[in-house]
Ligand binder design. Structure first.
Ligand code: C2E
Ligand code: MG
Ligand code: MG
Length: 553
């Protein structure tokens, strides 16, 4: 007689549990039971191949679940059988141990029949399809489709021309590389298998086809449902919260909505990956949809990344200077160095366009070093020519702060130009403090010790904390220009500004107001006893030669 039902093995020392599981499963499976690990092994050794899965309890007399898993792993023919751990123990370390020993998933007691059946079904499906289809079509590690297999299946479905809307979703695990480096490759592989399994389970109701393309990059091709992607990503992330390791595991999704079936399937996949890139690194969004603006933004980032090194070598970057004025004397008292890019095809570019990209790709430190050097070249040059020392302030990106040897680099630049550290003022943004206060405090203390003057840039624009003022040994507070540009109730804004100035004075900080554009703002700032101003009212940032003409000759 041909057996149509699959056979599963239930291993539990409690008779009641065996009976419950038997009742849940008997309609769909042939259920064989064992009362402890030894019995289970005996049955498996005799007719192992016949079992589609093992439901395994952990705490049992004679031979416990761990030992069964260990023995199964070592036995050819048994190591491939998927194991669903059914246990009361839910502590992470036990789960981890079980995962390490080859368990595919867990269900905890008391059992929910529907959930248990679903999980068991998914588990068996995944293993069987992995075994049935050729290796080329499948990813060995997870049993999901490979990119080739996936694309073939996508084409078939799209060709069938049904009246259904489809999406391609790319899934990516945040900080997977870090996870791999921290816990090792085996642990990384285990995580990938687990995520693969959850992706399959989540996409099932939309008839999803799933693939692992490379490392932690997955693809799903599925039938679109109203607003479902966010639900899927939330479900997966909720499950991952319980993953039995300390590091937080979080996945992101990028969705490409198939509107035009003639777009090559490979391009559809690329676009889903472009979308997931946009979601990565954003705390608020776990799902991003592909659209043309995303594409253009990424193309621009890519182009800027391709051009930057060449641009620095070929002197396409220029340093401009914007004078600062002493409010009491009305005289020029220093300048801020601001970078500009004369791009051969894009024309004149503002730092607002390229600095964020350089901060992302790491090039910022190289560019900043160039600007620091140029700034010092000019201070020395002007000293020689005009016999005056113009203190120049340069911007220090929040990414530079993580360079351990920042103080040495800066000291060397200053010394090479025959200057003193106090001639170079360093502008640090307050956002660096929120990112990593300890590191910032450490570096600022070292820089102060070397003799540099530290300015807190854009104060009041981010999540400023007054505590930060107490902790950081800064010299100057640069009030963000948003205060002066604020169109809200003027008396209120003035009150806030004057309170900040007053507070700064009390702790011996020098205050500079940025973005001064109107005469009336100057009298207001004077009455507050603000020390210095910088803004278009006096001068816009300009090339060095022009600065020289305007302020030094
Ligand atoms: P920031 O350091 O706060 O520089 C002041 C910005 O305000 C400059 O913009 C300047 O041109 C602009 N500004 C000055 N006065 C006025 C005014 O009266 N009205 C208005 N509306 N704007 C005024 P810029 O040069 O576009 O630089 C933007 C930001 O880019 C800078 O803000 C700074 O954070 C960053 N940046 C510029 N150069 C560098 C650099 O060499 N390295 C790094 N890391 N960042 C830089
Ligand atoms: Mg600045
Ligand atoms: Mg500023």
């Amino acid at each position: 007689m041909i057996e149509l039902k699959r056979t599963v093995l239930v291993v539990d020392d409690q008779k009641l549990n065996r009976e419950i599981l038997h009742d849940i499963l008997e309609d769909e499976y042939v259920v064989v039971c064992a009362g402890n690990g030894q019995e289970a092994m005996d049955i498996l050794m005799e007719k192992g191949k016949k079992f589609a899965a093992v439901l395994l309890d952990i705490l049992m007399p004679v031979m416990d679940g761990y030992e069964v898993m260990e023995k199964m792993q070592k036995t050819p023919g048994l190591s491939e059988i998927p194991i669903l751990v059914t246990s009361q123990i839910i502590e992470k370390e036990y789960e981890l141990k079980a995962l390490n020993m080859g368990a595919s998933d867990f269900v905890s007691k008391p059992f929910n029949g529907e959930i248990l059946k679903k999980r068991l079904y998914n588990l068996i499906q995944m293993h069987e399809s992995a075994a049935a289809v050729g290796v080329m079509e499948r990813d060995n590690l997870t049993g999901l489709y490979s990119k080739e297999g996936f694309c073939c299946r996508m084409k078939e479905v799209l060709k069938s021309g049904q009246d259904i809307l489809y999406d391609v979703i790319a899934v990516d695990i945040e900080h997977f590389k870090l996870f791999n480096d921290t816990y090792g490759v085996d642990e990384g592989d285990r995580l990938l298998r687990y995520v693969a399994y959850k992706i399959v389970a989540e996409s099932e109701r939309c008839n999803g086809i799933c693939a692992r393309v490379y490392a932690d990059q997955f693809l799903i091709f599925l039938e679109r449902q109203e607003g479902y992607a966010i639900g899927m990503v939330n479900n997966i992330n909720r499950i991952m919260e319980n993953y039995p390791l300390d590091m937080k595991i979080h996945v992101k999704m990028g969705v490409y909505e198939v509107h035009d079936g003639t777009v090559p399937v490979n391009s559809m996949c690329d676009r889903a990956f472009i979308a997931v890139k946009a979601a990565k690194g954003h705390y608020e969004n776990d799902v991003a949809y592909y659209d043309d603006s995303i594409r253009e933004k990424l193309l621009l980032e890519q182009q800027i990344g391709d051009d930057m090194v060449h641009a620095l070598r070929n002197e396409q970057f220029n340093v401009y200077f914007q004078p600062k004025y002493d409010l009491t004397t009305g005289e020029m008292a220093g300048a801020e160095a601001l970078v500009r890019w004369q791009h051969p095809t894009k024309g004149f570019m503002s730092p607002k366009e390229f600095i964020p990209i350089f901060e992302k790709n790491g090039f910022i430190t190289e560019l900043d070093m160039f600007v620091w050097n140029k700034g010092c070249n000019y201070i020395a040059d002007w000293q020689k020519k005009y016999g005056v020392t113009v203190p120049v302030s340069v911007n220090v990106s929040r990414k530079d702060i993580y360079k351990q040897n920042l103080p040495e680099i800066l000291k060397e630049i200053v010394e090479e130009n025959g200057l003193k550290p106090e001639n170079l003022h360093l502008e640090i943004t307050e956002s660096a403090y929120t990112e990593n206060p300890e590191q910032l405090i450490l570096i600022v203390e070292q820089l102060k010790k070397e003799g540099f003057i530290i300015e807190m840039d854009d104060f009041g624009s981010g999540y400023s904390s007054l505590n930060m003022l107490a902790e950081l040994p800064i010299d100057v507070l640069k009030l963000d220009m948003k205060f002066l540009q604020n169109k809200g109730e003027q008396s209120k804004i003035e009150n806030i500004m004057s309170s900040i100035v007053e507070l700064a004075k009390k702790i011996n900080l020098f205050v500079i107001a940025e973005g001064v554009e109107m005469e009336k703002q100057i009298s207001m700032l004077k009455s507050m006893k603000c020390d210095m101003v910088q803004g278009y009212y006096y001068a816009k940032p300009m090339p060095a030669a022009q600065f020289e003409k305007m302020c030094l000759q």
